[in-house]
Design a protein around this ligand. Structure first.
Ligand code: FMN
Length: 188
């Protein structure tokens, strides 16, 4: 088996014997090996109503107190809206919800069709057909380069019944864990 060694030297790295500058394309390529689930972070305000953003930066941070985090690009249209949100929720997408992921990743930010929404929690919009949701109130904000790290304190949880599989994101593509196959070709 051939080993590829990636070694950091300042802002350069060695990859398979080749010296490469550490740039965003390289970082995306290597980090794209880290398969994730997909969630839609949702919130609401008076100005734009219910909104959501497809994220794969959702991370479980602490059990006691119960904290989770996600990261939002500072230039993102919804960044200021999440900063002002009184509550936000993470809706964990199930296999078959690629359309939902694409909707909330779209740069046009069109309102979601009514049938995507379920029963709100503390006025925070919740999506239908997911594996479950986590409701948070803002706990802390941290600097993270071109992103802001939003830490939320978990104040509500729900696991939807049924043995559904998650929607997976790997190498810039949506995957179905059950069939371990590529289900589409591009990011959105
Ligand atoms: C699978 C996937 C995961 C994403 N994860 C994040 C994320 O964690 N944080 C983020 O700020 N944007 C993430 N995005 C991008 C946003 O969903 C969205 O496409 C972007 O904010 C749109 O840009 P705009 O707000 O400038 O219009 C992700 C997109 C996809 C398809």
């Amino acid at each position: 088996m051939r080993m590829i060694i990636v070694e950091w030297r300042g802002e350069f790295c060695f990859s398979g014997g080749m010296l490469k500058k550490v740039d965003s394309a390289g970082l995306r390529q290597v980090m794209g090996n880290f398969a994730t689930g997909i969630a839609v972070a949702t919130a609401r305000n008076e100005k734009i109503g219910s909104f959501g953003l497809t994220v794969n930066s959702l991370t479980s941070l602490s059990l006691d107190p119960p904290l989770v985090l996600f990261c939002v690009e500072k230039s993102a249209f919804l960044h200021p809206h999440f900063k002002r949100a009184k509550y936000f929720a993470f809706n964990i997408l199930s296999a078959g919800q690629e359309k939902v992921s694409r909707h909330f990743a779209d740069r046009h930010h069109n309102p979601a069709p009514k049938n995507m929404w379920g029963t709100p929690q503390k006025e925070c919009p919740i999506l239908r057909g997911t594996l479950g949701w986590v409701l948070c109130k803002p706990h802390a904000l941290h600097e993270g380069g071109d992103h802001t790290i939003f830490v939320g304190e978990v104040i509500g949880l729900h696991k939807n019944a049924g043995a559904k599989e998650p929607l997976i994101y790997f190498h810039g593509r949506y995957r179905d864990l059950a069939e371990a196959k590529v289900t589409s070709g591009s990011r959105k």
